[in-house]
Design a binder for this molecule. Structure first.
Ligand code: HSE
Length: 285
């Protein structure tokens, strides 16, 4: 039996819609695999009751099929589904690494990115790789049609997850089909600033570079209490705040010393809006 842990991730980071992603130090999924004549899946842990165990409906089943690697697969969920922290991607990434090794397929982590992304198509209708890439490679990743670029960084983060769900499909349905050129120019500038900030390990540049006027405003409307939580995090010292993935998680970038105060401020703000939440103080890892 083989056991692999894969981390939660936060995609988009505001200006990098469907392009940027980071791996988080916590939480994580753990996947155990053993060879079997056909694939079976069992799931325990956070939100496991909401995830189908049918291999044809589960991201991990799609990975097993893509690798032609039937197995008895056990998933222990640390990453809650529909939270905005790449829950399905963490399972898919862990399964891709485990099954690749179990069957000696010899693929590199980079080569496993499109295979793990196959599972994402089941969840959102599109095989976007901005969550599976950082879950497989760690650090900050930039996914384009030309491949993946990765950089190690250790930017401090707070991810606050409200007890509400927003499905990726619903969050993709509000993405505008067109954008104004002035917004595109601003967003390209912000994305470039963010990428430089990641490479320099500079939370000020990363926070500033997360600003996005194209996709994020449409999505914040789906998250009750978002404006209050963002303002509370900024007041407590966050250098930037945005929606984590497709939401409803909210991600704050900050200096290490401010994480505790920011987490408390975000929890309080959700609480004031009548929503329970949970905060992770972590770093890009
Ligand atoms: N980039 C994707 C989105 C990530 O924002 O829809 C969702 O997991």
């Amino acid at each position: 039996m083989l056991t692999v842990r894969a981390p939660a991730t936060s995609a988009n980071l505001g200006s990098g819609f469907d392009v940027f992603g980071v791996a988080l130090g916590a939480p994580a999924d753990v996947v155990r695999v053993e060879r079997a004549p056909e694939t079976t899946i069992s799931i325990t842990g956070a939100g496991s009751q909401y995830i189908p165990e049918d291999p044809k409906k589960n991201t991990v089943g799609a990975v097993a099929e893509a690798l032609d690697a039937p197995a008895r697969i056990r998933i222990d969920k640390g990453v809650r589904p529909s939270s905005g922290l790449g829950s399905s991607a963490a399972s898919a990434a862990a399964a891709a690494v485990a099954l690749n090794e179990l069957y000696g397929r010899g693929l590199t982590r980079e080569e496993l990115v499109p295979i793990a992304a196959e599972g994402e198509a089941l969840v959102s209708g599109e095989a976007h790789a901005d969550n599976v890439a950082p879950s497989l490679l760690g650090g900050f990743t930039v996914v384009t049609d030309g491949g993946v670029t990765q950089v190690d960084t250790s930017i401090p983060l707070v991810a606050c997850l409200p007890e509400i769900t927003v499905s990726t499909r619903d969050a993709r349905a509000v993405v505008p089909e067109h954008a104004r050129m002035d917004n595109v120019v601003d967003t390209v500038g912000n994305a470039a600033t963010l990428a430089v900030g990641m490479a320099r390990n500079d939370p000020e540049l990363v926070g500033k570079g997360m600003a996005d006027e194209i996709v994020t405003p449409e999505r914040t409307a789906l998250i009750d209490g978002y404006a209050q939580v963002r303002d509370a995090a900024l007041e407590a010292g966050a250098t930037g705040v945005t929606v984590s993935g497709a939401g409803p998680g909210v991600l704050a970038v900050c200096h290490h010393a401010d994480r505790r105060a920011i987490a408390a401020a975000m929890l309080d703000a959700f609480d004031a809006a009548g929503i329970e939440s949970r905060a992770y103080q972590t770093t890009v890892g």
